[in-house]
Write a protein that binds this ligand. Structure first.
Ligand code: ZN
Length: 251
């Protein structure tokens, strides 16, 4: 550096300007730097009710479809969050919305957060509780397949898509999942677990994004409580608290 400085910069003032510019305006390889700042006035949260239309998702022992529960809960959550935030649903009725359109909706409105709602499903009827996911590319050996295909996983054998913009928000998305878990964990009998997974619905979201499974539709007890508006409201309130906690961490 010093040799270069003496030989280049001292002799050529224009080179000095070049050096200064490099330090003042560092070259970035990302088109859009990490978005750590959120909207100050009113934050926008996009809520994505999983499935819809012909894509019913999981089915409970009593015949409840996941797509019905996700929309019902999304409405409850929107009402709860609507006290503080602007909320937008990726679907407002029983119709299918393709996976990339869901996160694209959030990108289009420059949302501060994206939350995809699902229920868990398992062949084991005793499996239950709440789970939280954030986007993470995992090795094939650790990739778990969803038994009811309620979530669409990216195949790790394929090359990483340029579109998986969620990578840059991975850390914040994990913090968001933890904030929500810490609140929900106080209220429910299950301590929600958090997993990183290559979820397609999250990969294109250019903001902190999580997927939450609010109980297991295949669990008879969970299926019943997923019909209970009071239970859904309880979860939604704790999610709102967790989301408030999350945004406070960035103030
Ligand atoms: Zn699902």
């Amino acid at each position: 550096m010093s040799a270069c400085y003496k030989s280049c910069v001292q002799k050529h003032p224009i080179t000095l300007i070049f050096f200064l510019l490099i330090f003042i305006f560092p070259v970035t390889t990302e088109a859009n730097p990490k978005k750590m700042r959120f909207h100050m006035q009113q934050k926008t949260i996009v809520i994505d009710p999983g499935h819809g239309g012909y894509e019913k998702g999981g089915e409970g022992p009593d015949g409840t479809f996941e797509k019905t529960v996700t929309l019902k809960f999304a409405r409850v959550l929107a009402e709860e969050l609507g006290r503080t935030y602007k909320t937008i649903l990726t679907r407002t009725d029983d119709y299918w919305v393709d996976i990339p359109t869901r996160s694209a909706t959030a990108n289009h409105v420059d949302a501060d957060m994206f939350i995809s709602i699902h229920t868990g499903g398992s062949f084991l009827h005793q499996a239950g509780g709440t789970s939280l996911y954030y986007y993470k590319i995992t090795s094939k050996s650790t990739l778990t397949l969803d038994p009811d295909s309620s979530k669409e996983f990216k195949n790790d054998d394929t090359e990483v898509s340029w579109a998986n913009i969620q990578n840059r928000h991975q850390q914040n998305s994990k913090i968001l999942a933890e904030s929500v878990r810490d609140r929900i964990g106080r209220q429910t009998q299950y301590k929600p677990d958090i997993q990183g997974a290559p979820l397609m619905v999250l990969e294109g979201a250019d903001m902190p994004a999580i997927l939450i499974e609010i109980g297991y539709i295949t669990n008879p007890v969970d299926e019943k409580s997923l019909h209970d508006i009071d239970e859904l409201t309880k979860i939604a309130k704790e999610m709102r608290n967790g989301i408030d906690d999350f945004f406070e961490k960035f103030q």
